[in-house]
Design a protein around this ligand. Structure first.
Ligand SMILES: *[C@@H]1O[C@H](CO)[C@@H](O)[C@H](O)[C@H]1NC(C)=O
Ligand SMILES: *[C@@H]1O[C@H](CO)[C@@H](O)[C@H](O)[C@H]1NC(C)=O
Ligand SMILES: *[C@@H]1O[C@H](CO)[C@@H](O)[C@H](O)[C@H]1NC(C)=O
Ligand SMILES: *[C@@H]1O[C@H](CO)[C@@H](O)[C@H](O)[C@H]1NC(C)=O
Ligand SMILES: *[C@@H]1O[C@H](CO)[C@@H](O)[C@H](O)[C@H]1NC(C)=O
Ligand SMILES: *[C@@H]1O[C@H](CO)[C@@H](O)[C@H](O)[C@H]1NC(C)=O
Ligand SMILES: *[C@@H]1O[C@H](CO)[C@@H](O)[C@H](O)[C@H]1NC(C)=O
Ligand SMILES: *[C@@H]1O[C@H](CO)[C@@H](O)[C@H](O)[C@H]1NC(C)=O
Length: 908
C-alpha cells in the first residue's frame, strides 16, 4: 500500500515549547519561521521563454486558483542564482496547492540564523589616545598585510558587501557619511530596528546601525581609515563598502533575508561579500548556503564565519558557512592584548593594565589595599570592615578570586570606592569582564608590589597617563587558534573552515553613541579580516572572476598552519579547526608559484579515495626546484559513544602516511610539475571515536617560499555514526520519547483527547546530523524490521547523494524505482526535516535554560503535513533518520524508532 499522496510533501516547523505547559519541554529548539517557505522556481520556468507573465505571477495565479491563503515575504529574481519567492501560508493545508504548482525546483522551510555573539566584548569609552604604538597593528603583522600597506595596496577599486546589523557610517573612521563618494557608498536596510528574525521586516534605504554595533565592528576591520585616534587600520582602508542590514537591534535573521541580501549585493556589483553570522547547520545544503555557494561560481568571493561553538566539539559547523564553495573562516588569537601603562610615584613599573584605552582617571591617586595579604583567596568578597575609610579619593587595590568581580566591586563601592585595580591570581593577564566600572586587571607581581607598599605605610600614588601609554601586551596564546572557534568538517566531509584569521581580541570601530571603539572576539571578527584580504588580492592580482574563483585555493595554499599549543612538542593543530592555517596575504599575493588543489577531501573509510594529483605551476622567470614533505596535524578524537567530545579536542600523534611520487620537482618557468600522492589513513585509531586526521603536503624552495596542500579525512565510516540518542539522559526514559501534557514519559499505551494540551509530544536528540529525519503515524500493529548491526549499514551506492527530498517527491513517484523506503504503510507524516544538524551537547533541562539546542521537541496536535487530520483509532509514531551518506530510498539505510501505542480519542 502506498502512503497517502503528498504525505511527505512538506515540513512542519517545530511548534513546541510555548504551547506545552511543561517545564521540561522549554528546552526545545525552534529555528523555523512558522508556516513560512522558500519556493525556488526551476530554471526552465524561471527563464520565462516566450511567456509574457513572470514565473512569480504564474505561481501566485496557481495558488489563487486553488484558493490558497498566503502572503508574500520576499521575491527573488536573479537569473542563474535564485528565482523564487518566500511565502507564509495561513496553514500547512495550503502546501497541497503549493506542491502542485508547476515549475517548482525546491520548497524549503525558512529557518533563522542567530547573530554570532562576540565571545568577549570590551567597549572602549575613554578619550582617544593620540599616540598609539604600531603594536595595535599586530594583526596585520601576523598576516603580512602590513607589508602590502607599505606598498600602498589598500583595496582601492574593490567593493566589499557586508551582510550584518548595518553600519554606523557617521563614525569618522568609517568616512562620516553615506552614499556615493563615501567609504560606505551603498547598501540597504532589509529589516528595520524592530525585526527579530521572525516578525515582519520594515525595510528602508538607510542601513544605519546605532543600536547593535556588530556590523560597525566588522566594517572597521575591513576598512577603517588609519587616521583615527588609535592608529588602527582596516585591512583594505581604500575599499568601497556596501552595508546590507539584515538584523534588527536584537534577534536573528531569516534565510529569506540572507538570500535577498546576497542577491542584492551581487546585483550592486560587490566583488567580495562577507557574512559574520550563522547557526548550527553542518551540511552544504541549507538554502542560503546553496545561494552563497552559487555566488562564488559567478565570480564573487564569499567569506562566512565558521562559528563560535568550539567548546561544543566537532560535527557542528555553522550554516551558511557550510556552503560548498564559500570561504569559511576560523579565528586565531591576536598576538597582543591591547593594554595601557600606569605609572607609580616610586618609579616602579610602569604597571601594564588590560584596557584598550586609558582609565578615565586624570589625577594621581593614593592607593588603598582591601587586604595586606597578597595571597588572600577571597579578597573583598564580603562587605569591607566597619573601620574602612571613605574610599572615594583612593585607587583601591584588590585581588582576583573566589567570587566574581561584580560582588567585589559592589563591596568596594559600598565604601565609596569608585576607581580600582584588580591584581591577578593567575600568571599573566587574561581578558576579564569588569562591566562599566573604572577598573582594570593588572599582574600578580604588580599587585603584590602595590599591596606591600601600602602595608609598609609608604605614600604611593598611581597615575594614568591619558596619552602615549598604549602598550601591546604579548598574549601567551596569541597566534594559536581561539578556543571558541568552531570545529569542522561538515557532516558531508567538506573542509570547513577553509582558513583562519585574527579574531581574538580585536580593536575596531563601534557605533558612536555606544562608545566609538570596542575590543571584540569571535569568528565574526576573523571573517571580515579575510574579506578585506580578498580585496587586496583582487586589487593586486586583477579584479576578475577568475581571480575570485581561485581565491580560496590561493589563500589555502599560502596560509601558515599553527600549532595546537605553545609548547614545542605540541602537534600541529587539527585542520578541522584551523583549515589550512593562518592567512598570509602577502604570500597569497606575491608567490609566483601556484599550487592546486588547495584542499584534498579524503572522506571516510567507506568513500576513501587515497590517490590524488598535485599541480605545481611555476609562474616565475627562473627554473624552480621544489621540495615536498608531509607535515601531519594532530588527529582529533571527536566522539565518545553518542556524545561529542567537547573542545578543545584531544589530539593524538597517530598520523596518516603519504607516499609521494617525487620529493623534489624542478619546474621551468611557465611549466607545471605534477606529483601524485597516495594516502593511507592512520593505523591504530579507534573508529568508534570518529578520528579526524589531517595535515599538509608542504612544497618549499630554498629561497624560502612555502606552499601547502591540505588534506582531511575520517578514519571511520560516517554511516556508523549513531543518529538518534537512545540513552536515558532526559526524563529518565529511553529517547526518543513521547511525553504527555504533564511532561511524563509515555511508557505503555496511552490515550489522548487532542483537546487543548492533551496531545502527545515527541522529544528526541540527534547525536549526529542526518540528511532526513522524519516522523510518521503508522498502524498500532505496524512492524519494522530490526536493522541493527551490520544490516543497517548504508548501501554501497548513493554516497553523499544530494537530496532535494521534496523536489524528488513532487517530480517522481517511488513506483518507478526499487525504493524500499515506502514499504511500510504510513497513515500520515507528522514532521520531516532535511539536512538536520545534530543537537547541541545535552544539558539538563530547566525552567531557565538558555541553551535551547540540546533537544528537539514537537507537540503533535493531530495534523499531518498535508493538512489532513487524524481520525480516532490506535496508532504508533515511527521515527526514521537517514544515516550520513545513506541512500534515502532504502529503508535499511535509516535508523528507526517505534513509539508505544497512541490512542486518539477525540470527542467530536
Ligand atoms: C571622565 O570622568 C569625568 C569625571 O568623573 C567625567 O566628567 C567624564 O565625562 C569622564 N569621561 C569619559 C569619556 O567618560
Ligand atoms: C519577534 O517579535 C514578535 C512580535 O514583536 C514576537 O511575537 C516574537 O515572539 C519575537 N520573536 C523572537 C524570536 O523574539
Ligand atoms: C556575582 O555573584 C553574585 C553572588 O554569587 C551573583 O548574585 C551575581 O549574579 C554574580 N554576577 C555575575 C555577573 O556573575
Ligand atoms: C553601569 O552599570 C550600572 C549597573 O549595572 C548601570 O546602572 C549604569 O547605567 C551603567 N552605566 C553605563 C554608562 O552603562
Ligand atoms: C603623599 O604624597 C602626596 C603627593 O605626592 C602629598 O600630596 C601628600 O601630602 C603626601 N602625604 C603624606 C602623608 O606624606
Ligand atoms: C609599558 O610597560 C611595559 C612593562 O610592563 C614596558 O615594557 C613598556 O615599554 C611600557 N610601554 C609604554 C608605552 O610605556
Ligand atoms: C597547553 O599547554 C599548557 C602547558 O603545557 C597546558 O596547561 C594547557 O592545558 C594546554 N592547552 C591545551 C588547549 O591543550
Ligand atoms: C568525497 O566527498 C566529496 C564531498 O562529499 C564528494 O564530492 C566526493 O565525490 C567524495 N569522494 C568519494 C571518493 O566518494
Amino acid at each position: 500500500m502506498r502512503p497517502a499522496v503528498l504525505s511527505i510533501l512538506s515540513f512542519l516547523p517545530l511548534f513546541a515549547a510555548a504551547e506545552v505547559s511543561v517545564a521540561a519541554l522549554k528546552n526545545i529548539r525552534s529555528n523555523a519561521i512558522p508556516h513560512s517557505y522558500l519556493v525556488e522556481f526551476d530554471k526552465a520556468n524561471a527563464m520565462g521563454g516566450k511567456r509574457s507573465v513572470s514565473p512569480h505571477e504564474e505561481f501566485y495565479k496557481h495558488m489563487d486558483k486553488h484558493g490558497a491563503a498566503y502572503t508574500v515575504r520576499q521575491e527573488y529574481n536573479e537569473h542563474d542564482l535564485y528565482v523564487g519567492t518566500a511565502i507564509t501560508v495561513s496553514s500547512e493545508k495550503e502546501l497541497v496547492a503549493l506542491s502542485k504548482a508547476p515549475g517548482i525546483k525546491a520548497i524549503t522551510p525558512i529557518t533563522t540564523h542567530p547573530r554570532l555573539h562576540p565571545v568577549s566584548k570590551h567597549i572602549v569609552t575613554g578619550p582617544e589616545d593620540p599616540v598609539v604604538p604600531k603594536d595595535v597593528l599586530s594583526t596585520h603583522v601576523m598576516t603580512g598585510v602590513d607589508k602590502l600597506h607599505e606598498q600602498g595596496k589598500l583595496g582601492e577599486g574593490i567593493i566589499v558587501g557586508i551582510i550584518d546589523t548595518g553600519v554606523d557610517y557617521t563614525h569618522p573612521a568609517l568616512g562620516g557619511g553615506y552614499g556615493a563618494g563615501y567609504k560606505i557608498a551603498m547598501g540597504y536596510d532589509f529589516v528595520g530596528d524592530s525585526y527579530n528574525g521572525t516578525n515582519t521586516p520594515m525595510p528602508d534605504d538607510d542601513p544605519l546601525d546605532q543600536c547593535a554595533g556588530h556590523g560597525t565592528h566588522v566594517a572597521g576591520i575591513i576598512g577603517a581609515n588609519p587616521d583615527n585616534g588609535f592608529n588602527i587600520s582596516g585591512v583594505a582602508p581604500k575599499a568601497t563598502l556596501a552595508a546590507y542590514r539584515g538584523f534588527g537591534c536584537t534577534g536573528s535573521i531569516g534565510d529569506d533575508i540572507i538570500i535577498k541580501a546576497l542577491l542584492r549585493a551581487y546585483h550592486d556589483g560587490c566583488h567580495v561579500i562577507t557574512l559574520s553570522l550563522g547557526g548550527a547547520g553542518a551540511w552544504t545544503e541549507s538554502a542560503s548556503a546553496i545561494v552563497a555557494s552559487r555566488l562564488t561560481r559567478k565570480g564573487k568571493i564569499v567569506t562566512i564565519a565558521a562559528g563560535n561553538d568550539g567548546q561544543d566539539g566537532a560535527w557542528y559547523t555553522s550554516s551558511p558557512g557550510s556552503g560548498m564553495d564559500v570561504i569559511a573562516v576560523g579565528s586565531v588569537d591576536n598576538t597582543i592584548f591591547p593594554s595601557q601603562n600606569a605609572t607609580v610615584s616610586t618609579g616602579f613599573g610602569p604597571i601594564t593594565y588590560y584596557s584598550a584605552l586609558p582609565l578615565n582617571i586624570t589625577e594621581p591617586l593614593p592607593i588603598y589595599a582591601t587586604s595586606t595579604d597578597t595571597s588572600v583567596a577571597d579578597d573583598a568578597c564580603s562587605p569591607l570592615p566597619e573601620d574602612t575609610p571613605d574610599l572615594s579619593g583612593y585607587l583601591v587595590i584588590f585581588r582576583r578570586g573566589a567570587c566574581n568581580f561584580t560582588q567585589k566591586l559592589a563591596n568596594i563601592a559600598a565604601k565609596g570606592g569608585k576607581r580600582s585595580l584588580v591584581y591577578n591570581n593567575l600568571p599573566g593577564l587574561q581578558v576579564v569582564q569588569l562591566g562599566n566600572y573604572t577598573t582594570a586587571l593588572i599582574s600578580e607581581e604588580d599587585g603584590a608590589y602595590l599591596v606591600n607598599q601600602f602595608k609598609a605605610g609608604h605614600n604611593v600614588t598611581v597615575s594614568f597617563p591619558q596619552s602615549s601609554a598604549s602598550y601591546g601586551l604579548p598574549n601567551p596564546v596569541g597566534g594559536l587558534i581561539s578556543d571558541f572557534s568552531t570545529y569542522g568538517p561538515n557532516n558531508d566531509l567538506y573542509f570547513k573552515p577553509a582558513i583562519a584569521a585574527p579574531g581574538g581580541n580585536i580593536l575596531s570601530t563601534w557605533p558612536v553613541p555606544l562608545g566609538g571603539y570596542a575590543v571584540l572576539s569571535g569568528t565574526s571578527m576573523a571573517t571580515p579580516y579575510v574579506a578585506g584580504s580578498a580585496a587586496l588580492l583582487l586589487q593586486t592580482l586583477g579584479n576578475t572572476e577568475d581571480t575570485a574563483r581561485r581565491a580560496r585555493s590561493i589563500f589555502e595554499t599560502t596560509a601558515v598552519a599553527v600549532r595546537s599549543n605553545i609548547t614545542e612538542d605540541s602537534p600541529v593543530q587539527t585542520l578541522a579547526v584551523q583549515g589550512a592555517g593562518l592567512i598570509n596575504v602577502y604570500n597569497a599575493v606575491y608567490y609566483d608559484t601556484v599550487v592546486t588543489p588547495g584542499e584534498i577531501l579524503l572522506n571516510d573509510t567507506a568513500t576513501f579515495d587515497g590517490k590524488h594529483t598535485i599541480h605545481i605551476k611555476n609562474n616565475g622567470k627562473k627554473v624552480q626546484t621544489y621540495t615536498l614533505s608531509h607535515v601531519p596535524a594532530g588527529t582529533a578524537i571527536t566522539m565518545n559513544g553518542i556524545m561529542p567530545v567537547p573542545g578543545p579536542l584531544p589530539l593524538t600523534k597517530q598520523y596518516a602516511t603519504i607516499g609521494l611520487s617525487q620529493t623534489t620537482v624542478t619546474v621551468p618557468p611557465g611549466m607545471t610539475g605534477i606529483v601524485t600522492a597516495k594516502f593511507q589513513p592512520p593505523a591504530g585509531v579507534d573508529p568508534k571515536t570518529f578520528p579526524v586526521y589531517s595535515g599538509q603536503i608542504r612544497i618549499s624552495t630554498v629561497a624560502g617560499m612555502s606552499l601547502s596542500v591540505s588534506y582531511m579525512g575520517v578514519a571511520a565510516d560516517m554511516g556508523d555514526m549513531q543518529i538518534f540518542d537512545d540513552s536515558t539522559t532526559f526524563l529518565n526514559a529511553t529517547l526518543p520519547v513521547i511525553v504527555n501534557r504533564a511532561g511524563i514519559p509515555q511508557l505503555g499505551e496511552a490515550t489522548y483527547t487532542f483537546e487543548g494540551y492533551d496531545v502527545p509530544s515527541i522529544v528526541y536528540r540527534l547525536a549526529a546530523g542526518t540528511p532526513v529525519v522524519r516522523f510518521d503515524l503508522v498502524d498500532a500493529d505496524c512492524k519494522i524490521p530490526d536493522y541493527g548491526g551490520a544490516a543497517r549499514k548504508r548501501s554501497g551506492g548513493g554516497l553523499f547523494k544530494r537530496l532535494r527530498w521534496l523536489f524528488a517527491q513532487v517530480n517522481k513517484t517511488h513506483d518507478e524505482d526499487d525504493s524500499s523506503f515506502d514499504d511500510i504503510p504510513v497513515i500520515g507524516t507528522i514532521l520531516e526535516i532535511d539536512y538536520a544538524s545534530r543537537n547541541g551537547p545535552p544539558v539538563a533541562p530547566s525552567l531557565n535554560a538558555s541553551d535551547t539546542s540540546s533537544f528537539t521537541g514537537l507537540s503533535w496536535h493531530g495534523d499531518f503535513v498535508n493538512g489532513d487530520t487524524v481520525e480516532n483509532g490506535s496508532y504508533r509514531i515511527l521515527g526514521r533518520a537517514l544515516r550520513i551518506g545513506g541512500d534515502p530510498t532504502r529503508e535499511d539505510n535509516y535508523e528507526a524508532w517505534l513509539s508505544p501505542v497512541i490512542i486518539v480519542n477525540k470527542s467530536s
